[in-house]
Design a protein around this ligand. Structure first.
Ligand code: GUN
Length: 291
């Protein structure tokens, strides 16, 4: 049976480390604040933003959820972001994804000042990552690396197979795992057009699933002794649950945990670590700020 990579417990450790840094900043009269811009009422986004606000408060970081009207235009949303750029008490800004379809997400993420872009989605930050000179790195890929390293599963020299090529996880993670100073791993990226997916996944020393397809990865697709990271958070109908649904990952935990050496649970794996990295980026933004 696989060892559980407990992201919740690690996030708790990181919380204490960050609180010390926030206390130091505040003692020096410096401000630390995170603004999350949330458009619409996507239930998953509501949960993420609430978790980010809760973590912020627990470490003494000022947190604001900005809720523009659901029918806001791209220009209107950019104006909201520009106003946050101008505020000295807001050191980190995130625009929660997904945005309504008619909004140009790329234009909005480009409006965030790169040194307040704690999600690491601005082209300047992504470009720097690509060039091996990162500033803010996307939170979920950074969370995965932190989780692997803190549990003693350094990716260096290993074969990491990523399933998923999204801009929030798959693509930036591939770059980070490849980079000598971060992962220093051999990297394979698979996606929806990959032929014979299980041929590739079975080669993985470290397998990362970030597709949004519930239970895509089954036990027979995983090598004995592999480390498996499940990034998926999918709602599936469950009439036995009072909520009418339950959360499952992209990995079929029951069959994969019998083969893997270590595996992240869903929930309680990558999710809490992502929030911890976001706040770590926010604290770093404040430490680097000259104000
Ligand atoms: N939606 C899903 N993951 C993320 C994230 O890390 N940041 C933002 N802003 N939106 C998301």
């Amino acid at each position: 049976m696989a060892i559980l990579l407990d992201g919740k417990a690690l996030a708790f450790e990181i919380k204490a480390e960050l609180k010390t840094r926030v206390d130091k900043l505040k003692a020096a009269g410096r401000k630390v604040g995170l603004a999350a811009v949330l458009v619409g009422n996507n239930p998953a986004s509501e949960v993420y933003v609430r978790n980010k606000a809760k973590f912020s408060e627990e470490i003494g970081v000022h947190s604001e959820i900005v809720r523009p009207p659901a029918n806001i235009t791209t220009i209107g949303l950019i104006t909201v972001v520009l106003a946050l750029n101008d505020r000295a008490d807001i050191t980190g800004i995130i625009v929660q994804s997904p945005l309504p379809k008619k909004i140009d997400e790329r234009e909005v993420s480009e409006a965030v000042l790169p040194y307040k872009d704690v999600d690491g989605f601005h082209p300047q930050n992504l470009g720097r990552l690509f060039l091996g000179r990162p500033n803010f790195i996307p939170c979920t890929p950074a969370a995965i690396l932190e989780l692997l390293n803190r549990y003693g599963h350094s990716p260096a020299g290993k074969h990491c197979v990523i399933v998923g090529r999204g801009k929030i996880v798959g693509k930036p993670l591939a770059i980070m795992l490849l980079e000598k100073a971060f992962g220093n791993a051999t990297v394979t990226i698979c996606h929806s057009a990959t032929r014979d997916l299980s041929h590739h996944t079975r080669q993985a020393d470290i397998l990362i699933a970030a597709t949004g397809a519930p239970h895509l990865i089954k036990g027979d697709m995983v090598r004995e002794g592999a480390v498996v990271i499940d990034v998926g958070i999918n709602r599936i109908e469950d009439k036995s649950n009072p909520k009418g649904y339950r959360l499952v990952g992209d990995v079929d935990f029951d069959s994969v945990s019998k083969k893997a050496a270590a595996i992240t649970p869903v929930p309680g794996g990558v999710g809490p670590m992502t929030v911890a990295v976001l706040l770590s980026n926010t604290v770093r933004a404040a430490e680097k700020s000259r104000k």
